[in-house]
Design a protein around this ligand. Sequence first.
Ligand code: PMP
Length: 361
Amino acid sequence: MKPWEANIRKAVPYIPGEQPNHPHMIKLNTNENPYPPAPGVMESLYAFDGDRLRLYPDPEAGALVDALAKRYRVSPEQVFVGVGSDDVLAMAFQTFFNSEKPILFPDITYSFYEVWAELFGIPYQTVPLNEQLRICKEDYAVPNGGIVFPNPNAPTGELESLADIADIMRQNEDVVVIVDEAYIDFGGESALQLLDQFENLLVVQTFSKSRALAGMRIGYAFGSKKLIRYLNDVKFSFNSYTMNQLTLAAGVASLEDEAYFRKTLHKIKATRERVKEELRTLGFVFGDSQSNFVFVTHPKAEAKELFEALKREHIYVRYFARPRVDRYLRITIGTDEEMDVLLDFLRDYLKTYADGKNEKA
Ligand code: PMP
């Protein structure tokens, strides 16, 4: 290391899923929505007056904040927006996790939490999921500097009930609890309903999955007015203009089309339930995902080998070379046609496994 490198902050970055660009690929590796965003989104972009780009965007992102407040029936002062929920979560870590006690999050979860904790120097402790890869609320009744977990959890897809989340809140009235609801629209009940009861609850959601706008980068959070004020103070100490004008217009347009939103969610959930059945028939083992992905293992197939075999066919899924999950694959729910190609491949692959042809490929 050169002397000038000595005082540089060294970070071990989060590794996002690949973004391959093969013309005939089936991309089931980053939990994107297989359907386009609401038609009004593109219309809002075409209608945008380019001359306005000379000007800075509204630092308060008022149009989007108001549209979110209206759609989710909260006050605009209870809404925070950012560049994807990653940005919202990173700000929230910086704002709320400043205790000397460790923050808590599950051992198997969104791996960015650990990266932020390391980057911001936040002490942390991981809490093991149980044998069924579920969060146990009792494990969070210990002294801590804050709590964060996704619901449904990622990469497991397992949903915890609102009653259990409320219990976690009751056990932790002296710290901020962040519930990361990136996937809540695909099945669960949002902790948004608990906001009136708990001033220390932050609920984070995103336009990336259920609203098919991963490329636009819009995330948001709901909390008490006090909590959101603290979050905005940090945001405005960092970057006033996180949300650009086109993004704001697209976000508002997406929220205006509730019917399209519901229709798309319904299709994805129906495909998910069908795929679960077919995967079960093929001998895969998995929990009851309430998300837009399934997290599966097969007693006969090596996950990493299957991952590579799928990749050779330009079918991309996610494999995590981490303890406890390295026998699993996370598969995003795509269109019915895409899932049929995947299922056909799996059927053939497992058949050759059974015939002994795939042993130690
Ligand atoms: N939370 C969880 C649990 C996720 O899986 C993701 C997607 N990688 C995010 C947050 C961040 O999503 P985005 O920044 O696109 O909103």
